[in-house]
Write a protein that binds this ligand. Sequence first.
Ligand SMILES: C[S@@+](CC[C@H](N)C(=O)[O-])C[C@H]1O[C@@H](n2cnc3c(N)ncnc32)[C@H](O)[C@@H]1O
Length: 333
Amino acid sequence: MTAPHIPVMLNEVLEGLQPRDGGLYIDATFGAGGYTRAILEAADCRVLGIDRDPSARETAERLKAAYPGRFAFGFGPFSMMEGILDEADSSGADGVVFDLGVSSMQIDQAERGFSFQKDGPLDMRMAQSGPSAADAVNGLEASELAAIFRVYGEERQARRVAAAIVRERQVEPITTTLRLADIIARAVGGKPGRIHPATRAFQGLRICVNDELGELSRGLVAAEYGLKPAGRMVVVTFHSLEDRLAKTFLRERAGLVPGGSRYQPEVLPEHKPSFSLVSKKAEAATEDEAAVNPRARSAKLRAAIRTSAEPFPRPDSAFPGAPSFDRLLEIAS
Ligand SMILES: C[S@@+](CC[C@H](N)C(=O)[O-])C[C@H]1O[C@@H](n2cnc3c(N)ncnc32)[C@H](O)[C@@H]1O
């Protein structure tokens, strides 16, 4: 049995979304449906839940039965939100919420291969399809692995970790989480009481395998296009890379940064703001919540309101800087 997923910053999410009767809300990261259920209870509204993990379907079916005519599920990545919305025959959404990363169920199930504390196949694919972490670890060049660990994992000893992996995979392909965790731990050392030495490298691999930052940049743009004027967006992030991306996107869309940025170089400075920020600073979970739910400790919430201005032009690149997901597709094919 795995522990149920406890929704993070639920009160703050509802405050940010302000569900109202007759509205349509997108729960872009449906997971165990914690946010969806709360939104459906908060107002006589409809929710479209999206998740790319096929195992979310079972909970979705239960919610469909519990809230007839008020809940629909779209299976797929949230970057496809606009297509999923069109299928739902909607003129736009009144709110979109993202609760990023993996759920407790995904982490806790050893066979999903996300955990460095339980032995399982080296998988890490939220969608249960496409290239796996084992494909990356056994197939990418040392320099590509080092870039993943450095950029996505913010691991200072990225090159050392990559070199250890390349050495070990020559002996035998690396196919399990505990073997990889052990190789990393031996490469980076680590002091007792600190975070597990494989934490950062595992984070980097997970982000790469699931193209998480590419998905987030495309998902935010999709929400910008899918929200009605006055529609509300809430983004809950769990590490600095995600939060930086959400912050940069929102500040830019709110007209708070002149010109463009590294990620969205096409922004026209004269464009009218497409979002207004609910607050300039990200909100953290309360101490009480963090004390009972460890996932809440690193959570940051940003909320914004869609203006009536045209959306910004679509950027043509996702997230440069580390081996791209396309390269992973190439080596796994
Ligand atoms: C942190 S959990 C969400 C938990 C949910 N808010 C709840 O209360 O039960 C994140 C979920 O989003 C899904 N997910 C993450 N990235 C996604 C993406 N790009 N597209 C679709 N689903 C995604 C994961 O599969 C996971 O089920």
